[in-house]
Ligand binder design. Structure first.
Ligand code: AMP
Length: 283
């Protein structure tokens, strides 16, 4: 039976009781409006851990002014049924007040990886992410926590956060789940009209084209970037960035010789989507 609580103490006790029984603990933090991408993380956690906790919390501190915090989709009843069917053990659904004291003053500085790309465009976003993830991980004290490669920069920021702050939880990255046309599943896809959704498929198409150019062999990354931008432009998307970066430092690279990561942020109408893929130059 799945247990739901909004109380930090109850969540802590449920995890402590499972640990006392000798169970390993897996944790999947989410903002809800669950789809197959989230559920793939829950399945990975269920495969590797005996007791799986999932949090659902639309974290206000990672949204900037004018972003979509208010309209972010919330459907807790559907989410609970999905998690129950997957066999998750605990769902933690705290209120804003439970997570943040009115007089909270301390935040977590996520370091240089958080200053580029999403961090440059959404100031404060990764401070909000790093702070809530640190709080959630210290509360759950899980053995493993599962995050999607869909939010590649977030995954890299959290890997370093857990490492550098000795948070004691292993961070596991999981592959991006996509629809039949390759579009990465995202709670924000719910904002797209049918016509916008069709055009949004230019994002995975651009990444696929980038991977193909890379697969021909070592090349200047300008060539790959040009291919991505052309694909996005043709579909009438507004590109925030389309870059080829070092997969660990997220710094741009001029020449692709081995592995790299292509990342895209683009707007379809007023919906902003992000996606990424690995690039591998043939020998
Ligand atoms: P969110 O609810 O958007 O904060 O996402 C919660 C977790 O699910 C994050 O670790 C995301 O990277 C992950 N996630 C979101 N979309 C996908 C997807 N399409 N495939 C795999 N993981 C995903």
């Amino acid at each position: 039976m799945i247990e739901r609580t909004g109380s930090k103490d109850e969540a802590r006790s449920a995890v402590a009781a499972a640990r006392k029984e000798g169970k390993t603990i897996g944790f999947v933090p989410t903002m809800g409006a669950l789809h197959e991408g989230h559920l793939s993380l829950v399945r990975a956690a269920c495969r590797r851990c005996d007791f799986v906790a999932v949090s659902i919390f639309v974290n206000p501190t990672q949204f900037g002014p004018g972003e979509d915090f208010e309209r972010y989709p919330r459907c807790i009843d559907d989410d609970l049924s999905l998690l129950s069917a997957e066999g998750a053990d605990l769902v933690f659904t705290p209120s804003r007040e439970a997570m943040y004291r009115d007089d909270a003053r301390v935040t977590v500085d996520p370091g240089p990886l958080a200053c580029v790309l999403e961090g440059a465009i959404r100031p404060g976003h990764f401070v909000g992410v790093a702070t809530i993830v640190t709080k959630m991980l210290s509360l759950m004290r899980a053995d493993l926590a599962f995050f999607g490669e869909k939010d590649y920069q977030q995954l890299k920021v959290i890997e370093l956060l857990a490492r550098d702050l000795d948070l004691g939880t292993g961070i596991i990255g999981c592959p991006t789940v996509r629809d039949h046309g390759g579009l990465a599943l995202s709670s924000r896809n719910a904002y797209l009209s049918a016509e916008e959704r069709t055009r949004a498929h230019a994002i995975p198409a651009a990444l696929e084209a980038a991977a193909q150019v890379a697969a021909w062999g070592p090349c200047a990354t300008d060539e790959i970037v040009k291919t991505m931008r052309e694909t996005l432009d043709e579909a009438g998307l507004v590109t925030d960035y389309a870059v080829v970066v070092d997969p660990a430092t997220l710094q741009p690279i001029d020449r692709l010789d081995g592995v790299a990561r292509a990342l895209i942020a683009a707007r379809v109408g007023d919906v902003r989507l992000i996606d990424n893929c690995a690039l591998q130059a043939a020998d």
